[in-house]
Design a protein around this ligand. Sequence first.
Ligand SMILES: Nc1c(NC[C@H](O)[C@H](O)[C@H](O)CO)[nH]c(=O)[nH]c1=O
Ligand SMILES: CC(=O)[C@@H](O)COP(=O)(O)O
Length: 157
Amino acid sequence: MKEITTKQINGSKKIGIVVADFNSIVTNALLNGAVQKLQESAVTSEQIIVVHVPGALELARVVNKLSKSGLVDGIIALGAVIKGETNHYDYVCKETAAGLSQVSLQGAVPVMFGVLTTESLAQAIDRAGGKSGNKGTECAAGIVQMLSVEAQIDELV
Ligand SMILES: Nc1c(NC[C@H](O)[C@H](O)[C@H](O)CO)[nH]c(=O)[nH]c1=O
Ligand SMILES: CC(=O)[C@@H](O)COP(=O)(O)O
């Protein structure tokens, strides 16, 4: 049986982080968690490109542009969508998830979905370095695994 699993990624790989500035008190914490985890995984700051967009709905377009650019080998998309008084939340969540999923499946590089979709600011804070962890940290570990396993598959082809 051959098992393909995580190894450290080589120093030539570039990782893009596209972060929504809406609810920046949360998304900055996600960004910090992602960068710290990447650095713990021996990814240098020179291998990381950070791009800011206005809100979650703009993530997919810029992630798609970055994916096609050839500048990066993997992308982490970070955002925080927090429910308000109306059903606008539902549309933002649905379209953001659909857009990013499409880019990851059909695009050139793997995309990690690091967009919080919560009922309250408190729930978001809990998931951006609070008692429920840090979604940015999770996504950083995930992109390292994805780049590693995809490279190993390419070597078998
Ligand atoms: N309410 C939230 C938004 N709304 C803004 C949209 O994402 C978008 O920027 C706007 O509709 C213009 O196209 N964005 C978030 O990231 N989080 C929210 O809670
Ligand atoms: C997720 C959102 O778009 C939300 O912030 C909008 O708030 P509201 O539904 O009160 O307009």
